[in-house]
Design a protein around this ligand. Structure first.
Ligand SMILES: [Ca+2]
Ligand SMILES: [Ca+2]
Ligand SMILES: [Ca+2]
Length: 386
């Protein structure tokens, strides 16, 4: 991917900063040490970090919450506006006509809205892309759309094709929102625990509901030909296939609000931010080639701390091999809600290669972590991370 020289508008594009940092090697070295920077942490083994400044590249956007590209070599960025629009940044300009406008289908805003976008790995040939949004009833919805036949910068609004949906009542928070294709070609989606605080529905540890889970489906098939609302196949190697006590779409569980995750484009590792309840934020890790089935601990644990010891003894069990602990946690003394991030993979700043750039909501500090730093953040690496 080559997207350089991007600049972010103050305010409207603020939420994009971390995302841009991860996807794009956009920032320029600076000699002004007072600007937002990474150089307040330890040096990487490759040498000191360059000082990085974020520059505005677009303005006039309304609540941009993610940015991606189509993987078609078109050199365009697709920016989601939470209200229900996808905008295109091309040639340094935000095109006036949205790529897609589904605001009439979407509830917004706070934690609701159009939240996720992923292009089919073969988008260049089939024109399919996928959106994740909360519909007007608050239901978590993944749907497919197609680019229009005549204009690569405009999608066909009538091409709506449902993939799956999950009721999300009565609370409006914790909708998750990330969808992404893994290196295996399957679509992964992160669903929140159903909302409120402390997971009152005890959804995250319940394998018979999709809330509080990462799902993994094959959007090239349809295992439910009689159901027009479910249009996907279950990958045969999903971890709970054949388990009568679990839903087969579940890839991983025990998450609270997996608002953003990403696949390392070099290794295929999965890195996921999971928003904490009130004290501890976390980054979860899943190595490429994992068989899935990880239990990331919520709501027994909040990061690496006991949250709800139910049934009694659960916390000890989860902290001692019974769950997959985060590779990084931090308290609210460092930052507030975790957003997630990307591992940097570019030649522009070789000193940053392999580092994980994360974004913290509400504060401007941008952190980066190598596996070594993760080890430093957590004195003992649980064996189930291997
Ligand atoms: Ca609970
Ligand atoms: Ca179907
Ligand atoms: Ca966790």
């Amino acid at each position: 991917m080559k997207y350089l020289g991007l600049r972010l508008a103050t305010g409207a594009s603020f939420a994009l900063v971390g995302i841009f940092l991860g996807l794009l090697a956009t920032a320029k070295p600076l000699d002004d040490a007072t600007t937002p920077r990474f150089n307040d942490l330890i040096h990487h083994q490759n040498g000191p970090f360059p000082v990085i400044q974020i520059q505005p590249v677009a303005s006039g956007l309304t609540s941009p919450v993610t940015v991606t590209n189509a993987g078609d070599g078109g050199g365009r960025l697709f920016i989601i506006e939470q209200v229900g629009r996808i905008r295109i940044l091309a040639g340094g300009t935000v095109l006036p006509t949205p790529f897609l406008d589904i605001h009439e289908l979407v509830s917004c805003c706070s934690e609701q809205g159009l939240l996720g976008l992923a292009f089919h790995p073969d988008y260049a040939n089939n024109g399919f892309f996928y959106v994740y949004y909360t519909d007007v009833a608050g239901t978590l919805t993944i749907a497919r759309y197609s680019v229009s036949a005549g204009d690569p910068n405009v999608a066909d609004p009538d091409s709506h094709y449902p993939i799956l949906s999950q009721l999300h009542q009565p609370y409006t928070n914790h909708n998750g929102g990330q969808i992404a294709f893994g290196p295996d070609g399957y679509l992964y989606g992160g669903l929140g625990d159903g909302g409120a605080g402390g997971d009152p529905g005890e959804n995250a540890q319940n394998l018979q509901i999709w809330l509080g889970k990462v799902l993994r489906v094959d959007i090239n098939g349809d295992d439910f030909p009689g159901d027009p609302a479910r249009n996907y196949a279950v990958p045969p190697d999903n971890p709970f296939v054949g388990n009568p006590n679990a839903l087969e779409e579940i890839w991983a569980y025990g998450v609270r609000n997996p608002w953003r995750f990403s696949f390392d484009r070099m290794t295929g590792d999965l890195l996921m931010g999971d928003v904490g309840q009130g004290a501890w934020e976390e980054i979860d890790f899943q190595p490429a080639g994992s068989a899935g089935g990880q239990n990331y601990g919520w709501d027994v644990l909040e990061a690496m701390h006991c949250y709800e010891d139910d049934p009694p003894g659960s916390c000890d069990q989860f902290l001692n091999g019974g769950s997959t602990l985060p590779v990084l946690e931090y308290s609210h003394s460092l930052g507030c809600s975790v957003t997630g991030g990307y591992r940097y993979r570019s030649q522009l700043y070789p000193q940053l290669n392999g580092l994980f750039l994360r974004r913290l909501l509400l504060r401007t500090n941008l952190g980066r972590h190598t596996p070594r730093e993760w080890d430093m953040a957590k004195p003992t690496t649980p064996p189930n991370h291997a």
